[in-house]
Write a protein that binds this ligand. Structure first.
Ligand SMILES: [Zn+2]
Length: 683
């Protein structure tokens, strides 16, 4: 109901009740009804009603607006002040836990989470009383919008159920981060053991064993908790008119069309991905003698989740005699320590004219996996403690080229935090979550160029010719193009689960439906209903949305194109290095300083000098154009993949790539023969 109409309805009912009261005092029940109506009013309406009863004045709509605005500002200021303190305490207790996974730290962290949940729940109730969508003050309206995005999932009123929800999330996170596998009496953890196995081991059956063991010891154990986690997540957002948690988590992109928009963008990239897939399939087919099924098994792509494939670059690179792009050995030759990678990254950012990191960063961060027996959460992450000075990175860094890029990525988050620190609490965020992720990754597009590695003395000789360029672009495509369908598949699955289209019985089957459809991958071994492969990926276990990574992938090329133009780069986009460009740095700083105080479309429009206000993969396609043309000229098999061969919907089994393929074909043949024999016997 429109608020003004609502106001008059309640006002009339109030007058009639007050008159009634003169002659027949309220019963308790009537009083409760009156109280319920009263509680539904906005603050301004309550104020006005009181005012009318005292002075007999009838207020205009403008007066209501002014009063509503006064109330809203007061509420918001108090709310943000308290929020800041609560978030700070969460960040501190989370840091303590993640850098020392003990039971007591877990309990303390959960306590702070519960305090915050109670606070947010109360504030969401109050916030709902404001008709903030019709606020005239655009700044205030935006502040409320961002607040809803932050606490819109605080709608569970039963504190025991809130507790349960938070507990499940915390338990899943801990189960994942402490998962280990036992192989030949040896205990192996994800970092650094399994990660490095998938990076460097090329034994098909050994990798298959490791692939399965990891899923048995991580995701499968989370399977029982996940349906309840989904139910509670959905319950938490229903109070604020979100259809389900997926819709709530998409709200940070401030559009209703995100799924369609992402599909449309991916349709423009799909051609290039399928060419890359064919190339990889051909090369790996030669190495592993794979069958030409059009699909790839998920365990031989150099990564435990097959999300980025650059680790197999050396095995499949087009021009074998060209210099290695991997500078890891050079870094080790130079005796670099993990901290040195952070110094290199800091120097990159300051070369753009951005501020150096504060002393607190160097003192408080965790750069290496501790060897004092502490169990830590090794997932690399950047932290803002919301006091304008304490920013940290937590990372179990190893000296490698890959980790050097991760450090640049994490430091991008830190730069964003530092540059929007002056913004009000709810604007201390990226313009959208993809902006935050894109920022650091954007730097890697410069840092990875052979030209840059030569400048910072990590390669001795700069060889640049067409063959070298294709090698380089293939490496970049294995990191970036291969990641597009992966990130889309992960998030599509999450949305499908939240919306109820995917039910618990089909969690694993649908996971592989999406992964096969988008990535053209199937598991190496049979997967059954009680497997839970999604839970073997950190972001699923930790409840972190994945759409931001797809968005950031597209954005970083848009940003790169814009900054390269600002830095006056001439030549192909893939050769651009913005290092030392103060102009690029100035542009970037201006964007970061805004935080989320303006809509991301507006920020993007200004940043791209009016080129576009939308996600647009054209810069990415432009970057990879020479590789695209080269791939089109290669003799690549045209065999299309067919997922139906592997998805046994009737029995809820996803068949493994090769182990069961032959036997399934044979059993189909036997079935057919048996049928024919029966047929002949009948006649
Ligand atoms: Zn990140």
């Amino acid at each position: 109901m429109n608020c003004t109409i609502m106001f008059y309805v309640v006002l009339l009912s109030l007058i009639s009740r007050v008159l009634t009261e003169k002659y027949a005092p309220y019963t308790e029940e009537q009083f409760q009804l009156w109280l319920d109506d009263w509680n539904q009013l906005t603050h301004a309406e309550m104020h006005l009603i009181t005012k009318i009863f005292w002075s007999d004045e009838i207020a205009s709509d403008d007066e209501i607006d002014v009063l509503e605005s006064e109330f809203a500002t007061k509420f918001y200021d108090e709310y943000t002040e308290q929020s800041k303190l609560i978030v700070q305490s969460i960040m501190l207790s989370r840091w303590r836990l993640y850098t020392n996974l003990t039971l007591i730290n877990k309990k303390n962290y959960e306590k702070s989470i519960m305090l915050s949940a109670n606070f947010s729940q109360e504030k969401l109730r109050e916030l709902k009383k404001f008709d903030w969508r019709s606020f005239k003050d655009s700044n205030l309206k935006r502040a409320f919008l961002r607040a809803v995005i932050v606490i819109g999932d605080s709608g569970i009123s039963d504190s025991q159920r809130v507790h349960k929800w938070k507990q499940i999330k915390s338990d899943m996170n801990t189960m994942y981060t402490t998962s280990k596998i036992i192989y030949k009496n040896k205990t192996l953890s994800l970092e650094p053991n399994l990660t490095s196995v998938f990076q460097s081991n090329r034994n098909y059956t050994f990798l298959r064993t490791m692939w399965k063991l990891w899923r048995d010891s991580s995701g499968k154990k989370l399977a029982k908790l996940y349906p309840e986690y989904i139910n509670l997540s959905n319950e938490a957002v229903k109070d604020y008119d979100f259809k389900d948690y997926g819709e709530y988590s998409r709200s940070s992109f401030e559009t209703n069309n995100l799924p369609d928009d992402l599909d449309e963008i991916y349709s423009q990239l799909e051609g290039l991905y399928k060419l890359l897939h064919r190339y990889v399939r051909k090369k790996l087919g030669e190495i592993y003698k794979l069958k030409n099924t059009g699909l790839l098994p998920a365990h031989i792509l150099g990564d435990l989740w097959a999300q980025q494939w650059h680790n197999i670059f050396e095995d499949i690179k087009p021009y074998k005699n060209k210099t290695l792009l991997d500078v890891t050995s050079k870094m080790r030759e130079k005796n670099m320590a993990p901290r040195d990678l952070f110094l290199i990254a800091e120097e990159f950012y300051t070369s753009l004219g951005l501020d150096p990191l504060p002393e607190t960063f160097w003192n408080n961060s965790l750069f290496e996996k501790p060897n004092d027996g502490r169990e830590v959460n090794c997932h690399a992450s950047a932290w803002d403690f919301y006091d304008g000075k304490d920013f940290r990175i937590k990372m179990c860094t190893t000296v490698s080229m890959n980790d050097m890029f991760v450090v640049h990525h994490e430091m991008g988050h830190i730069q964003y935090y530092m540059n929007y620190k002056h913004q009000p609490f709810h604007f201390k965020e990226g313009a959208n979550p993809g902006f935050h992720e894109a920022l650091g990754d954007l730097m890697t597009l410069s840092v990875m160029t052979p030209g840059h590695l030569y400048k910072i003395k990590l390669i001795d000789e700069l060889v640049e010719d067409e063959e070298q360029d294709i090698n380089f672009l293939l490496f970049m495509a294995l990191r970036n193009i291969a990641f597009a369908p992966f990130s889309l598949a992960v998030e599509k699955w999450r949305w499908s689960v939240f919306s109820g289209n995917t039910t618990p019985d089909n969690y694993n089957l649908d996971w592989w439906k999406f992964r096969c459809k988008y990535q053209g991958l199937v598991p190496p071994v049979d997967r059954f209903q009680d497997d839970f492969d999604p839970g073997s990926k950190y972001h699923i276990a930790a409840g972190v949305p994945y759409d931001r990574y797809f968005v950031s992938l597209i954005l970083k090329f848009q940003f790169h194109e814009t900054l390269c133009k600002a830095s006056n780069h001439k030549g192909p986009l893939f050769k651009c290095d913005i290092y030392q460009s103060k102009e690029a740095g100035k542009k970037l700083k201006h964007m970061m300083e805004k935080g989320s105080s303006e809509s991301w479309n507006k920020v993007l429009y200004e940043f791209t000098d009016g080129k576009t206000d939308k996600l647009d993969p054209s810069a990415m396609l432009e970057y990879f154009k020479p590789l695209h043309e080269w791939l089109l000229k290669q003799d690549l098999s045209e065999n299309e993949w067919n997922c139906n061969d592997y998805l046994d919907l009737k029995n809820n089994i996803v068949h493994g790539y090769d182990t069961n393929f032959a036997s399934r074909q044979t059993s189909k043949l036997i079935e057919m023969l048996a049928f024919l024999i029966v047929l002949f016997n009948i006649f």
